[in-house]
Design a protein around this ligand. Structure first.
Ligand code: HEC
Length: 180
């Protein structure tokens, strides 16, 4: 089969495919609607329904802190690819944090994030790209300082971030100095 006949067949196949996709979409929407109507009170409410916005500390624990730790662990294991991956994700998490919480008090969070993390992120990026362990150590310490400088600036100096260690992957320092 060739020429106009083949083209006609192809067109028909395309038309059939488009109808099939449309029908599937209608079915899926229908199912979703009937399910949400049928859903009882046990179903988890949507974020919109509850108006739940994760707080800054929720986001710190869920999206920032684990990635700060993972970047370190990746480098310790010489896994530069994973370090690069987590660095990208950490930057994305900070961006989303600034969108979710544009201000803290009267301070712009995105501006604050940019001013404290800009340089360490650049240095980390270079160190990871060139697989330079010495540069990484310095850049990682600078990033950790950036965490703490924001915590201090925003009156949360009690949250002290440090370097993870081989014995504890946690970066949270609750025992560095006596608080009594
Ligand atoms: C732009 C400011 C800013 C930067 C940068 C920042 N934080 Fe935070 N972080 C906060 C604020 C504000 C809080 C306190 C939020 C609250 O309790 O209301 C906080 C709290 C935390 C907490 C405590 C959360 C809890 O509930 O126990 C952790 C852990 C944390 N940050 C980790 C980090 C790490 C790790 C970094 C660096 C990679 C970092 N933060 C960088 C603003 C920042």
């Amino acid at each position: 089969m060739s020429g106009p006949e083949a083209a006609g067949t192809r067109r028909r196949q395309i038309v059939v495919a488009v109808i099939a996709i449309a029908a599937t979409a209608v079915l899926v929407i229908g199912l979703a609607t009937s399910r949400s109507v049928a859903a009882g009170p046990d179903t988890a409410p949507s974020a919109q329904a509850t108006g739940y916005l994760p707080s800054i500390s929720d986001l710190m624990i869920a999206t920032i802190q684990p990635r700060h730790e993972r970047i370190w662990r990746a480098e310790q294991d010489g896994n530069w690819n994973f370090a690069a991956y987590e660095l990208g994700n950490l930057q994305g998490a900070f961006k989303r944090l600034g969108i979710a919480h544009p201000t803290q008090g009267d301070i712009s969070l995105p501006d604050m994030i940019a001013s404290v993390t800009g340089q360490p992120f650049q240095e980390l990026n270079n160190a990871i790209k060139s697989k330079d362990a010495t540069a990484f150590t310095k850049a990682y310490a600078d990033l950790t300082d950036a965490c703490n400088s924001c915590h201090q600036a925003l009156n949360h100096g009690a949250v002290e971030i440090g370097l993870p260690s081989r014995t504890s992957a946690s970066d949270l320092k609750t025992n560095s100095t006596s608080r009594n």
